[in-house]
Design a protein around this ligand. Structure first.
Ligand SMILES: Nc1ncnc2c1ncn2[C@@H]1O[C@H](COP(=O)(O)OP(=O)(O)O)[C@@H](O)[C@H]1O
Ligand SMILES: [Mg+2]
Length: 373
Protein backbone atom coordinates (compact mmCIF):
# COMPACT_ATOMS: atom_id res chain seq x y z
CA UNK A 1 0.00 0.00 0.00
CA UNK A 2 2.87 2.34 0.68
CA UNK A 3 4.66 1.39 -2.52
CA UNK A 4 1.55 1.82 -4.61
CA UNK A 5 0.13 4.79 -2.80
CA UNK A 6 -0.72 6.45 -6.12
CA UNK A 7 -2.84 3.50 -7.20
CA UNK A 8 -4.68 3.55 -3.87
CA UNK A 9 -5.38 7.24 -4.28
CA UNK A 10 -6.31 7.02 -7.96
CA UNK A 11 -9.01 4.46 -7.19
CA UNK A 12 -10.10 6.30 -4.04
CA UNK A 13 -9.31 3.25 -1.98
CA UNK A 14 -8.00 5.09 1.07
CA UNK A 15 -10.87 4.04 3.34
CA UNK A 16 -10.67 0.39 2.20
CA UNK A 17 -6.93 0.38 2.60
CA UNK A 18 -7.24 1.87 6.07
CA UNK A 19 -9.83 -0.74 7.04
CA UNK A 20 -7.70 -3.59 5.75
CA UNK A 21 -4.71 -2.22 7.58
CA UNK A 22 -6.72 -1.97 10.79
CA UNK A 23 -7.93 -5.57 10.41
CA UNK A 24 -4.39 -6.84 10.03
CA UNK A 25 -3.21 -4.61 12.82
CA UNK A 26 -5.99 -5.86 15.11
CA UNK A 27 -5.03 -9.47 14.36
CA UNK A 28 -1.47 -8.65 15.19
CA UNK A 29 -2.52 -6.99 18.44
CA UNK A 30 -4.57 -9.99 19.57
CA UNK A 31 -1.85 -12.49 18.79
CA UNK A 32 0.95 -10.37 20.24
CA UNK A 33 -1.02 -9.96 23.42
CA UNK A 34 -1.55 -13.71 23.68
CA UNK A 35 2.08 -14.41 22.93
CA UNK A 36 3.30 -11.93 25.51
CA UNK A 37 0.79 -13.16 28.11
CA UNK A 38 1.72 -16.82 27.78
CA UNK A 39 5.42 -16.19 27.64
CA UNK A 40 5.28 -14.03 30.76
CA UNK A 41 3.10 -16.50 32.66
CA UNK A 42 5.39 -19.53 32.18
CA UNK A 43 8.04 -18.53 34.66
CA UNK A 44 5.73 -17.42 37.51
CA UNK A 45 3.62 -20.55 36.95
CA UNK A 46 6.56 -22.92 37.38
CA UNK A 47 7.74 -20.96 40.39
CA UNK A 48 4.27 -21.25 41.90
CA UNK A 49 4.19 -25.01 41.41
CA UNK A 50 7.68 -25.29 42.87
CA UNK A 51 6.67 -23.28 45.90
CA UNK A 52 3.67 -25.58 46.40
CA UNK A 53 6.01 -28.56 46.26
CA UNK A 54 8.32 -26.85 48.72
CA UNK A 55 5.48 -26.06 51.08
CA UNK A 56 4.05 -29.58 51.01
CA UNK A 57 7.48 -31.15 51.56
CA UNK A 58 7.98 -28.70 54.46
CA UNK A 59 4.64 -29.44 56.09
CA UNK A 60 4.80 -33.22 55.60
CA UNK A 61 8.39 -33.16 56.85
CA UNK A 62 7.44 -31.08 59.87
CA UNK A 63 4.79 -33.66 60.87
CA UNK A 64 7.24 -36.48 60.28
CA UNK A 65 9.84 -34.69 62.46
CA UNK A 66 7.27 -34.20 65.25
CA UNK A 67 6.50 -37.92 65.15
CA UNK A 68 10.20 -38.62 65.26
CA UNK A 69 10.45 -40.31 61.86
CA UNK A 70 12.86 -37.68 60.58
CA UNK A 71 15.43 -35.48 62.28
CA UNK A 72 15.22 -31.69 61.82
CA UNK A 73 18.64 -31.74 60.18
CA UNK A 74 17.46 -34.34 57.62
CA UNK A 75 14.38 -32.28 56.89
CA UNK A 76 16.30 -29.08 56.34
CA UNK A 77 18.81 -30.74 54.01
CA UNK A 78 15.92 -32.40 52.13
CA UNK A 79 14.29 -29.00 51.65
CA UNK A 80 17.50 -27.48 50.41
CA UNK A 81 17.86 -30.37 47.91
CA UNK A 82 14.27 -29.86 46.74
CA UNK A 83 15.10 -26.22 46.11
CA UNK A 84 18.23 -27.03 44.16
CA UNK A 85 16.37 -29.62 42.13
CA UNK A 86 13.64 -27.21 40.99
CA UNK A 87 15.98 -24.31 40.26
CA UNK A 88 16.91 -25.39 36.70
CA UNK A 89 13.19 -25.73 35.82
CA UNK A 90 12.65 -22.13 36.90
CA UNK A 91 15.55 -21.01 34.81
CA UNK A 92 14.44 -22.92 31.73
CA UNK A 93 10.96 -21.48 31.96
CA UNK A 94 12.54 -18.02 32.17
CA UNK A 95 14.08 -18.43 28.73
CA UNK A 96 11.31 -20.49 27.14
CA UNK A 97 10.21 -17.51 25.00
CA UNK A 98 13.70 -17.09 23.63
CA UNK A 99 13.87 -20.84 22.96
CA UNK A 100 10.65 -20.74 20.99
CA UNK A 101 11.77 -17.67 19.06
CA UNK A 102 15.01 -19.43 18.23
CA UNK A 103 13.17 -22.53 16.97
CA UNK A 104 10.85 -20.48 14.77
CA UNK A 105 13.77 -18.49 13.39
CA UNK A 106 15.77 -21.65 12.75
CA UNK A 107 12.85 -23.06 10.76
CA UNK A 108 12.88 -19.96 8.57
CA UNK A 109 16.63 -19.99 8.13
CA UNK A 110 16.49 -23.62 7.04
CA UNK A 111 13.70 -22.86 4.61
CA UNK A 112 16.01 -20.36 2.96
CA UNK A 113 18.97 -22.72 3.00
CA UNK A 114 16.86 -25.47 1.43
CA UNK A 115 15.84 -23.18 -1.46
CA UNK A 116 17.17 -24.48 -4.80
CA UNK A 117 20.10 -22.32 -5.80
CA UNK A 118 20.59 -20.89 -9.27
CA UNK A 119 22.27 -23.55 -11.41
CA UNK A 120 25.89 -23.10 -10.45
CA UNK A 121 28.41 -22.16 -13.06
CA UNK A 122 30.53 -24.99 -14.40
CA UNK A 123 34.10 -24.71 -13.11
CA UNK A 124 35.40 -24.83 -16.68
CA UNK A 125 32.82 -22.32 -17.99
CA UNK A 126 34.15 -20.43 -20.98
CA UNK A 127 34.53 -16.67 -20.89
CA UNK A 128 32.88 -14.98 -23.83
CA UNK A 129 35.09 -12.12 -24.93
CA UNK A 130 34.73 -9.95 -28.02
CA UNK A 131 31.64 -11.86 -29.05
CA UNK A 132 31.03 -11.87 -32.77
CA UNK A 133 27.35 -12.12 -32.18
CA UNK A 134 26.24 -15.27 -33.92
CA UNK A 135 23.23 -16.45 -31.99
CA UNK A 136 21.31 -19.61 -32.60
CA UNK A 137 18.36 -21.21 -30.90
CA UNK A 138 17.79 -24.90 -31.48
CA UNK A 139 14.58 -26.64 -30.50
CA UNK A 140 14.16 -24.39 -27.52
CA UNK A 141 11.38 -25.29 -25.11
CA UNK A 142 10.66 -23.11 -22.12
CA UNK A 143 7.85 -22.33 -19.72
CA UNK A 144 7.74 -20.46 -16.42
CA UNK A 145 5.66 -23.17 -14.81
CA UNK A 146 5.34 -26.73 -16.03
CA UNK A 147 1.54 -26.61 -16.41
CA UNK A 148 1.41 -23.93 -19.07
CA UNK A 149 3.63 -24.39 -22.10
CA UNK A 150 4.99 -21.16 -23.47
CA UNK A 151 7.87 -21.40 -25.93
CA UNK A 152 7.82 -24.59 -27.92
CA UNK A 153 10.37 -25.79 -30.44
CA UNK A 154 11.78 -22.41 -31.28
CA UNK A 155 14.52 -22.37 -33.90
CA UNK A 156 16.46 -19.37 -35.04
CA UNK A 157 19.81 -18.59 -36.60
CA UNK A 158 21.14 -15.08 -36.40
CA UNK A 159 24.28 -14.17 -38.25
CA UNK A 160 26.79 -11.64 -37.05
CA UNK A 161 25.51 -8.08 -37.30
CA UNK A 162 21.94 -8.98 -38.17
CA UNK A 163 19.02 -7.02 -36.84
CA UNK A 164 16.26 -9.23 -35.57
CA UNK A 165 12.91 -7.74 -34.78
CA UNK A 166 10.37 -9.60 -32.69
CA UNK A 167 6.74 -8.60 -32.96
CA UNK A 168 3.53 -10.10 -31.73
CA UNK A 169 0.62 -9.49 -29.41
CA UNK A 170 1.16 -8.75 -25.73
CA UNK A 171 1.94 -11.87 -23.72
CA UNK A 172 3.10 -13.96 -26.67
CA UNK A 173 6.57 -14.48 -25.21
CA UNK A 174 8.72 -11.73 -26.70
CA UNK A 175 10.28 -10.68 -23.42
CA UNK A 176 10.64 -14.33 -22.50
CA UNK A 177 12.89 -14.88 -25.50
CA UNK A 178 14.97 -11.91 -24.32
CA UNK A 179 15.16 -13.40 -20.80
CA UNK A 180 16.43 -16.64 -22.31
CA UNK A 181 19.03 -14.85 -24.43
CA UNK A 182 20.35 -13.07 -21.34
CA UNK A 183 20.15 -16.35 -19.43
CA UNK A 184 17.95 -14.94 -16.72
CA UNK A 185 16.28 -18.32 -17.12
CA UNK A 186 17.65 -21.57 -18.49
CA UNK A 187 15.90 -23.36 -21.32
CA UNK A 188 13.93 -26.49 -20.40
CA UNK A 189 15.31 -28.35 -23.40
CA UNK A 190 17.12 -27.47 -26.58
CA UNK A 191 19.95 -25.01 -26.58
CA UNK A 192 20.90 -21.41 -27.16
CA UNK A 193 24.34 -20.77 -28.56
CA UNK A 194 26.40 -17.64 -28.93
CA UNK A 195 29.36 -17.89 -31.31
CA UNK A 196 28.84 -21.65 -31.36
CA UNK A 197 29.08 -22.16 -27.60
CA UNK A 198 26.10 -23.16 -25.52
CA UNK A 199 25.28 -20.29 -23.15
CA UNK A 200 25.15 -22.78 -20.31
CA UNK A 201 28.85 -23.43 -20.84
CA UNK A 202 29.93 -19.84 -20.44
CA UNK A 203 30.03 -17.57 -17.44
CA UNK A 204 26.87 -15.57 -16.90
CA UNK A 205 28.87 -12.44 -16.35
CA UNK A 206 30.70 -12.60 -19.67
CA UNK A 207 27.49 -13.43 -21.51
CA UNK A 208 25.57 -10.56 -19.97
CA UNK A 209 28.28 -7.97 -20.47
CA UNK A 210 28.27 -8.88 -24.16
CA UNK A 211 24.71 -7.62 -24.40
CA UNK A 212 23.59 -4.04 -24.09
CA UNK A 213 20.04 -3.88 -22.93
CA UNK A 214 17.32 -1.27 -22.85
CA UNK A 215 13.98 -2.43 -21.53
CA UNK A 216 10.52 -1.07 -21.13
CA UNK A 217 10.92 -1.12 -17.36
CA UNK A 218 13.76 1.19 -16.57
CA UNK A 219 15.97 0.83 -13.61
CA UNK A 220 18.25 3.49 -12.29
CA UNK A 221 20.37 3.52 -9.21
CA UNK A 222 20.24 6.31 -6.72
CA UNK A 223 23.07 8.66 -7.49
CA UNK A 224 23.88 11.41 -9.93
CA UNK A 225 22.80 11.33 -13.55
CA UNK A 226 26.46 11.06 -14.54
CA UNK A 227 26.92 7.93 -12.42
CA UNK A 228 23.83 6.40 -13.94
CA UNK A 229 24.98 6.95 -17.51
CA UNK A 230 28.48 5.70 -16.73
CA UNK A 231 27.17 2.63 -14.90
CA UNK A 232 28.50 0.18 -17.46
CA UNK A 233 31.82 2.03 -17.84
CA UNK A 234 32.65 3.94 -14.67
CA UNK A 235 35.96 5.13 -16.15
CA UNK A 236 34.32 6.96 -19.06
CA UNK A 237 35.52 10.51 -19.66
CA UNK A 238 33.20 13.49 -19.25
CA UNK A 239 33.10 14.16 -23.01
CA UNK A 240 32.12 10.56 -23.74
CA UNK A 241 29.28 10.74 -21.24
CA UNK A 242 27.99 13.96 -22.76
CA UNK A 243 28.33 12.53 -26.26
CA UNK A 244 26.32 9.45 -25.27
CA UNK A 245 23.67 11.64 -23.68
CA UNK A 246 23.51 13.76 -26.83
CA UNK A 247 23.08 10.69 -29.01
CA UNK A 248 20.29 9.50 -26.77
CA UNK A 249 18.72 12.96 -26.95
CA UNK A 250 18.94 13.19 -23.20
CA UNK A 251 21.44 16.04 -23.09
CA UNK A 252 18.75 18.69 -23.50
CA UNK A 253 16.68 17.74 -20.50
CA UNK A 254 19.71 16.95 -18.36
CA UNK A 255 21.09 20.44 -18.98
CA UNK A 256 17.80 21.92 -17.88
CA UNK A 257 17.91 20.07 -14.56
CA UNK A 258 19.01 22.20 -11.61
CA UNK A 259 22.42 20.58 -11.22
CA UNK A 260 22.83 19.21 -14.76
CA UNK A 261 24.77 15.98 -14.79
CA UNK A 262 25.26 16.18 -11.02
CA UNK A 263 21.56 16.08 -10.27
CA UNK A 264 20.88 13.32 -7.79
CA UNK A 265 18.10 10.98 -8.77
CA UNK A 266 16.40 8.58 -6.44
CA UNK A 267 16.36 4.84 -6.96
CA UNK A 268 12.99 4.78 -8.71
CA UNK A 269 13.89 7.93 -10.62
CA UNK A 270 11.05 9.75 -8.85
CA UNK A 271 12.05 13.15 -10.15
CA UNK A 272 12.13 12.06 -13.81
CA UNK A 273 9.40 11.22 -16.27
CA UNK A 274 9.17 7.66 -17.57
CA UNK A 275 10.43 8.80 -20.97
CA UNK A 276 13.39 10.63 -19.44
CA UNK A 277 14.31 7.50 -17.51
CA UNK A 278 14.25 5.55 -20.75
CA UNK A 279 16.48 8.14 -22.42
CA UNK A 280 19.00 7.74 -19.59
CA UNK A 281 18.97 3.97 -20.03
CA UNK A 282 19.55 4.45 -23.75
CA UNK A 283 22.46 6.81 -23.05
CA UNK A 284 23.91 4.18 -20.73
CA UNK A 285 23.97 1.60 -23.53
CA UNK A 286 25.22 4.16 -26.06
CA UNK A 287 28.22 4.67 -23.78
CA UNK A 288 29.35 1.08 -23.36
CA UNK A 289 28.45 -0.29 -26.81
CA UNK A 290 28.65 -4.02 -26.20
CA UNK A 291 28.83 -6.36 -29.20
CA UNK A 292 25.16 -7.35 -29.03
CA UNK A 293 22.09 -5.29 -28.31
CA UNK A 294 18.67 -5.97 -26.90
CA UNK A 295 15.98 -3.34 -27.13
CA UNK A 296 12.74 -4.52 -25.55
CA UNK A 297 10.23 -1.78 -26.18
CA UNK A 298 13.08 0.60 -25.47
CA UNK A 299 11.25 3.63 -26.78
CA UNK A 300 7.76 2.80 -25.55
CA UNK A 301 7.53 5.84 -23.25
CA UNK A 302 9.13 8.34 -25.57
CA UNK A 303 7.19 10.71 -27.80
CA UNK A 304 7.20 9.85 -31.49
CA UNK A 305 9.36 12.77 -32.59
CA UNK A 306 12.15 12.01 -30.16
CA UNK A 307 11.72 8.35 -31.01
CA UNK A 308 12.39 8.97 -34.68
CA UNK A 309 15.57 10.84 -33.74
CA UNK A 310 16.68 8.09 -31.39
CA UNK A 311 15.98 5.48 -34.06
CA UNK A 312 18.69 7.14 -36.14
CA UNK A 313 21.16 6.90 -33.27
CA UNK A 314 20.13 3.29 -32.71
CA UNK A 315 20.62 2.64 -36.42
CA UNK A 316 24.19 3.86 -36.17
CA UNK A 317 24.79 1.93 -32.99
CA UNK A 318 23.42 -1.30 -34.46
CA UNK A 319 25.76 -1.29 -37.44
CA UNK A 320 27.84 -4.45 -37.22
CA UNK A 321 26.18 -5.49 -33.98
CA UNK A 322 23.74 -8.31 -33.64
CA UNK A 323 20.60 -6.78 -32.25
CA UNK A 324 17.24 -7.96 -31.03
CA UNK A 325 14.47 -5.42 -31.13
CA UNK A 326 11.03 -5.76 -29.66
CA UNK A 327 8.73 -2.97 -30.73
CA UNK A 328 5.05 -2.32 -31.02
CA UNK A 329 5.30 0.53 -33.46
CA UNK A 330 6.02 -1.46 -36.57
CA UNK A 331 7.31 1.59 -38.43
CA UNK A 332 10.41 1.39 -36.25
CA UNK A 333 11.41 -2.10 -37.32
CA UNK A 334 10.83 -2.00 -41.05
CA UNK A 335 14.57 -2.04 -41.70
CA UNK A 336 15.26 -5.16 -39.66
CA UNK A 337 17.01 -8.02 -41.47
CA UNK A 338 14.63 -10.58 -40.05
CA UNK A 339 11.26 -10.01 -38.49
CA UNK A 340 9.96 -12.78 -36.28
CA UNK A 341 6.24 -12.75 -35.81
CA UNK A 342 5.31 -14.52 -32.61
CA UNK A 343 2.01 -15.78 -31.36
CA UNK A 344 1.45 -17.88 -28.23
CA UNK A 345 5.12 -18.76 -27.90
CA UNK A 346 5.60 -19.84 -31.51
CA UNK A 347 7.23 -18.10 -34.42
CA UNK A 348 4.43 -18.11 -36.94
CA UNK A 349 6.03 -15.99 -39.64
CA UNK A 350 9.57 -15.00 -40.38
CA UNK A 351 11.12 -12.81 -43.06
CA UNK A 352 11.82 -9.26 -44.11
CA UNK A 353 9.18 -6.57 -43.98
CA UNK A 354 8.48 -6.72 -47.69
CA UNK A 355 8.26 -10.49 -47.88
CA UNK A 356 5.94 -10.60 -44.87
CA UNK A 357 3.70 -7.93 -46.33
CA UNK A 358 3.47 -9.81 -49.59
CA UNK A 359 2.64 -13.03 -47.68
CA UNK A 360 -0.41 -11.13 -46.48
CA UNK A 361 -0.49 -13.08 -43.21
CA UNK A 362 -0.63 -12.07 -39.56
CA UNK A 363 2.17 -9.50 -39.90
CA UNK A 364 0.46 -7.78 -42.80
CA UNK A 365 -2.69 -7.64 -40.67
CA UNK A 366 -0.82 -6.09 -37.74
CA UNK A 367 0.95 -3.63 -39.99
CA UNK A 368 -2.17 -2.53 -41.79
CA UNK A 369 -4.07 -2.14 -38.54
CA UNK A 370 -1.49 0.42 -37.44
CA UNK A 371 -1.58 2.35 -40.67
CA UNK A 372 -5.20 2.01 -41.68
CA UNK A 373 -6.90 5.36 -41.93
N1 LIG B 1 8.24 -14.29 -14.41
C1 LIG B 1 7.18 -14.90 -14.91
N2 LIG B 1 6.61 -15.95 -14.26
C2 LIG B 1 5.55 -16.60 -14.76
N3 LIG B 1 4.95 -16.28 -15.92
C3 LIG B 1 5.46 -15.26 -16.63
C4 LIG B 1 6.60 -14.50 -16.16
N4 LIG B 1 6.87 -13.55 -17.07
C5 LIG B 1 5.97 -13.68 -18.06
N5 LIG B 1 5.11 -14.70 -17.80
C6 LIG B 1 4.01 -15.16 -18.67
O1 LIG B 1 4.60 -15.56 -19.89
C7 LIG B 1 3.85 -15.09 -21.00
C8 LIG B 1 4.72 -14.31 -21.96
O2 LIG B 1 5.17 -13.14 -21.34
P1 LIG B 1 6.15 -12.11 -22.03
O3 LIG B 1 7.24 -12.86 -22.70
O4 LIG B 1 6.55 -11.12 -21.01
O5 LIG B 1 5.20 -11.42 -23.11
P2 LIG B 1 5.47 -10.22 -24.11
O6 LIG B 1 5.41 -10.85 -25.47
O7 LIG B 1 4.35 -9.27 -23.94
O8 LIG B 1 6.79 -9.61 -23.79
C9 LIG B 1 2.70 -14.28 -20.43
O9 LIG B 1 1.54 -15.08 -20.52
C10 LIG B 1 3.07 -14.03 -19.00
O10 LIG B 1 1.93 -14.10 -18.18
MG1 LIG C 1 7.36 -7.69 -23.10
Amino acid sequence: MLGNQKVVQAFAHEADAQEKFEDINEDLRVWSLKATFFSSITNPATRFVNSLVYASVGIAGAFAAVKGLLSVGQLSSFLSYANQYTKPFNEISGVITELQNALASAARVFELIDEEPEVPEKPDAAVLSNAKGEVSLEHVYFSYNPETALIEDMNLKVRQGQRVAIVGPTGCGKSTVINLLMRFYDVDSGSIQVDGTDVRHMTRQSLRTSYGMVLQETWLKSGTIRENIAYGRPDAAEEEIILAAKEAHAHGFIRRMPEGYDTIISEDGGNLSQGQKQLLCIARVMLCLPPMLILDEATSSIDTRTEIKIQKAFGKMMEGRTSFIVAHRLSTIKEADVILVMRDGHIIEQGTHDSLISQNGFYAQLYNSQFAV
